[in-house]
Design a protein around this ligand. Structure first.
Ligand code: PEP
Ligand code: MG
Length: 838
């Protein structure tokens, strides 16, 4: 029954003129999504077997049949285009599923006139649906008669490498209705593929007279199976029975959150009344700017001259795919760790698309013809996007989006260093989600603002955007990327609005507001170097959050009274080896040197949770944000903390250096580090140890502030994590971004309790989380007893100016009332009324 022939010549199944696939007036077939093959415009009325084989599938509507040749080639013979709609009229099938047929044997007869009159085209196809395993070469492109040699196919792999094809086994069939909402789009298709790959048997899905191997996501999606459509499954191999059952189960079990997992719609959007021409998002960095929109998902490639060396280009494509694969792998690992099943499903689908034989075959074919890998990959993806768009299902945009996403990722990898954003200065950049390195590049190019489909207001990208003074909106939803390139928009980050149809009057108004703002900033800047005292004489130290000595120098130039938080983990990202003690000392010393005579608070390394360092792999955690992060690392890697403390003890003058411990939850943690520090001081023969502070970023620490203050020199409130842990909301969650608000009365109560606890021991309290940079919060924090605000360097002048307009006694009185309010929104409203922003 099986032979080991690598090569097989297929004879013409019909008589008539021969067409290549690209000339077939059907986007699915023409794109090669179903596989490579050939077409005939038939003049006869009977379809014949192109080779000996087994009939593995017969279309219910009698217009198509699939044969498996003895060398494993699977041939879909499809009569006419859109003939499934004839519902069997005019067709008579001459063979049954499972039958063995000889080369040339008649398979189906049809009424030439009737079918020709009722269908779109009689052009019929012979498609090698598992063409990833074969090379296909047309023998002739002229007219043929039944039985004449038409197509030559050669296996790509030796027979031994295709064990699953060689194991004949039984062929089992089944049928079921699709339960997946919207049909077989990317994620359900990926699920089917994954299920099928768990078995040795070869599995196929048949629908509407077409058939696709379950190995190909594109093939499966190209079947355009809708919700509640009935599909057939066929599996052949040693475990066919189990495979059929598993695939049927996967097809009939709807995915959770099917409708919105691909394109999460932020809660912020649901909650607001729709406003024409406005997208609502969450403010990640304040500001109001107007300018042309620049979408980052559009990479335009130069014209390709062709004549590339296929070997080199294939190699380049391979390398880029490896890079993207490992990127997606780590996203997947993170999603798994965070139990983010929606994200996991999306990226599993992307990973499958990256391996998709239909996509790769098409790209490889273009490369074989001398095309550059970049262009070949784009062409392959664009063709598939077009297929999906022309299938006319409402889910097509979603599927095409996934492909576009992958196109961009791979292009980035292929273009590597040679590709960079070419964004005009003053543009407002729209992107799905920016990474910290994107942000740095964009800011250097002078963009005016940023908006993202996803993202959270307390993410590190948001922190960076605030640091750069770049207005930024996050969680705007997927429609952001539907807006036209270059159109004028207004980004009102404070109001959480992106206006995408501003009139000229509005644009002029925004320009004027920008100018006023700049003038105000300039005026504030002239006063930035003097201390900030409230109207009634209370001095508030306005320090800066920095991540490097360059930023520290910037902060000093902007008038910072000191560094309130140096996030040491950011000094050593993007490297494979840990910095040794001396390297660390130099880095800390550089920050101290950059700050003149001001003091610098250096936080010990805070990894774990969302912050990972390549050189410091931490154990996988089921729930990393609640795991071994921050100071808890001392538990598993005490030598690393010792090394950092040693480096810190070597800076000079030591009196200007204060050490801050992240994620402390109980007094013992502080006592332990204090003892270590004392021991190291003795070892180094130091007479004085630096001040030691504790971050208040978990509710437990806020509630124990009094006990902590007894042993700490100062407390610094990390409102980013304190919000996350108090509100039980992920600080990077796009859907919750509008609600992770540190002005929540519950947080204000914790801040009040922290200040009260510190006051018992005459310790000072600072705030180094993002709330300190929010001018609306300045009076509240002063009122609750905070005396140091560590803010983004660009906001020093602004916050000092704000302080100078406040009366501390009035702040104290009014803040007490805020504690009794019921929500963050209510607090914000009250603050706006009591202390309007200029
Ligand atoms: C905080 O949690 O508020 C904080 C300042 O620390 P980080 O943002 O680095 O976690
Ligand atoms: Mg923190």
């Amino acid at each position: 029954m099986h032979n080991n022939n690598k090569e097989l010549t297929l004879s013409a199944p019909l008589s008539g003129p021969v067409l290549t696939l690209v000339d077939v007036p059907d986007p699915v077939f023409a794109s090669g999504a179903m596989g490579d093959g050939i077409a005939i415009d038939p003049l006869n009325d009977t379809l014949h077997a192109p080779c000996a084989g087994v009939v593995v599938h017969v279309a219910r509507t009698g217009h198509a049949v699939t044969l498996r040749a003895d060398n494993g080639a699977e041939l879909l013979l499809h009569l006419g285009l859109d003939t499934v709609e004839l519902q069997g009229q005019g067709f008579s099938m001459l063979v049954k599923e499972g039958a063995r047929v000889a080369n040339g044997e008649p398979l189906l007869r049809y009424d030439l006139d009737q079918v020709a009159q009722q269908c779109k085209s009689l052009v019929s196809l012979m498609i090698l649906t598992n063409s990833q395993d074969f090379q296909v070469r047309a023998i002739t492109l002229k007219s043929v008669k039944v039985g004449e040699p038409l197509l030559h196919i050669i296996r790509r792999h030796p027979m031994g490498a295709q064990a699953e094809v060689d194991v004949p086994g039984e062929e089992i069939h089944g049928h079921i209705r699709i339960a997946h909402r919207g049909g077989l789009h990317a994620r359900p298709a990926a699920l089917i593929r994954q299920t099928a790959q768990g078995f040795k048997s070869k599995s196929r899905l048949h629908f509407g007279g077409k058939s696709a191997t379950c190995d190909s996501l594109i093939g499966l999606m190209g079947l355009a199976v809708g919700e509640h459509d009935e599909v057939q499954v066929s599996c052949q191999g040693p475990d066919a029975e189990a495979a059929v059952q598993a695939i049927l189960a996967a097809l009939s079990t709807a995915l959770a959150e099917d409708s919105h997992a691909m394109a999460p719609t932020p809660i912020a959007q649901h909650k607001r009344a729709a406003e024409a021409g406005v997208l609502h998002g969450v403010c990640a960095a304040p500001g109001l700017v107007g300018g042309p929109m620049f979408r980052l998902n559009a990479i335009s490639l130069p014209v390709d001259a062709g004549n590339h060396d296929p070997e080199q280009q294939l190699q380049a494509l391979d390398t880029a795919r490896n890079q993207v694969r490992s990127e997606i792998d780590s996203t997947l690992a993170r999603a798994k760790k965070h139990k983010n099943t929606a994200e996991e499903a999306i990226f599993a689908a992307h990973l499958a698309l990256l391996e998709d034989p239909a996509l790769l075959d098409a790209a490889n074919r273009s490369i074989d013809q001398g095309m550059a890998a970049t262009h070949a990959w784009c062409r392959s993806i664009d063709a598939q996007c077009e297929v999906l768009q022309q299938l006319g299902s409402p889910l097509l945009a979603e599927r095409a989006n996934d492909l576009c996403d992958l196109k961009q990722r791979l292009l980035r990898a292929l273009l590597g260093e040679t590709w960079h954003y070419d964004v005009p200065a003053g543009a407002i950049v729209a992107a799905h989600e920016l990474t910290p390195s994107d942000l740095l590049q964009l800011s250097a190019q002078g963009v005016a603002g940023l908006c993202m489909v996803e993202g959270g207001a307390t993410s590190h990208v948001a922190i960076l955007a605030r640091g750069k003074g770049l207005p930024c909106l996050v969680a705007l939803g997927a429609t952001l990327l539907d807006q036209q390139q270059g159109q004028s928009v207004v980004l009102d980050a404070d109001g959480g609005r992106l206006e995408w149809m501003p009139g000229s009057a509005r644009l002029a108004e925004v320009r004027q507001a920008q100018l006023d703002h700049q003038q105000r900033r300039a005026a504030q800047q002239t006063q930035a170097h003097t201390p900030a005292l409230t109207r009634d004489g209370v001095q508030i130290e306005v320090a800066a959050n920095v991540a490097s000595s360059t930023e520290a120098a910037d902060a000093l130039a902007n008038g910072a009274d000191g560094v309130g938080l140096l996030r040491t983990e950011f000094l050593f990202v993007d490297r494979n080896t840990a910095p040794d003690e001396e390297e660390q000392r130099l880095a800390y010393q550089a920050v101290l040197d950059a700050m003149g005579d001001k003091s610098v608070i250096i936080r010990t390394i805070d990894v774990g949770g969302d912050k990972q360092l390549d050189y410091l792999p931490l154990p996988a955690e089921a729930n990393p944000v609640l795991g071994l992060r921050g100071i808890r690392m001392a538990q598993i890697r005490p030598e690393l903390l010792d090394q950092q403390l040693r480096a810190l003890l070597h800076v000079c003058p030591l009196a200007r250096c204060r050490i801050l411990l992240p994620m402390v939850t109980e007094v013992d943690e502080l006592l332990h580090i204090r003892q270590r520090l004392d021991a190291l001081c003795t070892e180094l023969e130091l007479t004085q140890r630096p001040e030691l502070g504790v971050m208040i970023e978990v509710p437990a620490a806020a509630l124990l502030a009094e006990q902590l203050a007894e042993h700490a020199d100062f407390l610094s409130i990390g409102t980013n994590d304190l919000s996350q842990y108090t509100l039980a909301m992920d600080r990077d969650h796009a859907g919750l971004a509008s609600r992770v608000d540190a002005l929540h009365p519950a947080l204000l109560r914790l801040i009040a309790q922290t200040c009260a606890g510190a006051a018992v021991h005459h310790r000072w309290v600072g705030v180094c989380g993002a709330l300190a940079s929010d001018p609306l919060a300045t009076p509240v924090l002063i009122g609750l007893g905070v005396s140091e605000l560590s803010v983004s360097p660009v906001q020093i002048g602004e916050i000092k100016d704000r302080v100078r307009h406040l009366d501390a006694a009035e702040c104290r009185r009014f803040s007490q009332d805020l504690l009794k309010l019921s929500s963050a929104a209510a607090v914000r409203r009250a603050c706006h009324q009591q202390w309007p922003l200029s």
